[in-house]
Design a protein around this ligand. Structure first.
Ligand SMILES: Nc1ncnc2c1ncn2[C@@H]1O[C@H](COP(=O)(O)OP(=O)(O)OP(=O)(O)O)[C@@H](O)[C@H]1O
Ligand SMILES: O=C(O)C1=C[C@@H](O)[C@@H](O)[C@H](O)C1
Ligand SMILES: [Mg+2]
Length: 184
């Protein structure tokens, strides 16, 4: 019952966590499971600038990217009952943390360094923040970034689970809340 009070159905859900942990993939699946609309903030930024993130970082710069990221997160966090996946660096900004935590249910996705590093090849070309860093520097960033994800409402560990398994676990955990809301 306390969950019901804390996470009413009309609240939107925001996925946070380190780049590559699966926010976009899993957010989309949870949205399908719960029949809710899905918004990926990186995709929205790319649509606005009409270029991929790597190009935005190169031509316009990270500062402009972060400003747009904050503006879009603020806009979408004011909408009800949607699922939002933010970029891995969004929670670096205090205003973003505050707007997400006060308006939405924030779900942190977690992964161990050992599992994450197996995924690096899949994401390295599309994540400018990782470009040119050594493995040691990426590991240091991975642990440093953990500090910004500690503020959340719910946390799910993704180690040794497929994308679908994580999404289904999250959906199952959220269902009682949705059902309680449906009958109220
Ligand atoms: N549980 C999982 N098991 C195996 N691969 C996964 C899992 N979750 C995500 N992936 C894969 O990892 C890659 C990165 O996933 P995704 O783009 O969803 O990460 P992200 O958290 O949204 O990253 P970013 O912060 O950069 O937006 C994708 O290729 C995705 O298919
Ligand atoms: O962790 C980060 O700083 C980033 C993660 C991606 O989702 C993108 O938002 C961008 O590549 C920056
Ligand atoms: Mg993503």
């Amino acid at each position: 019952m306390s969950n019901f009070k804390m996470f009413p159905k009309e609240k939107s859900i925001v996925f946070i966590g380190f780049m590559g942990v699966g926010k976009t993939t899993i957010g989309k699946l949870v949205a399908q499971n719960l029949n809710r609309s899905f918004i990926d903030i990186d995709e929205e930024i790319e649509k606005e600038y009409k270029m991929p993130t790597t190009e935005i970082f190169k031509t316009i710069g990270e500062k402009a990217f972060r400003e747009k990221e904050k503006a879009l997160i603020t806009k979408f966090c004011s909408q009800k009952s949607i699922i939002i996946s933010v970029g891995g660096g969004a929670f670096l900004q205090k205003e973003v943390r505050e707007v997400c935590l006060s308006n939405c249910t924030v779900i942190a996705l977690d992964i161990s360094w050992e599992q994450w590093k197996e995924r690096l090849d899949k994401i390295i070309d599309s994540r400018p923040v990782l470009k040119g860093l050594s493995m040691e520097e990426i590991e240091a960033l991975f642990y440093k970034r953990k500090e910004i994800y500690v503020t959340h409402h719910l946390k799910f560990t993704t180690d040794h689970l497929t994308e679908e398994e994580v999404a289904n676990d999250i959906t199952e955990s959220l269902k009682p809340i949705s059902e309680l809301n449906d009958s109220n």
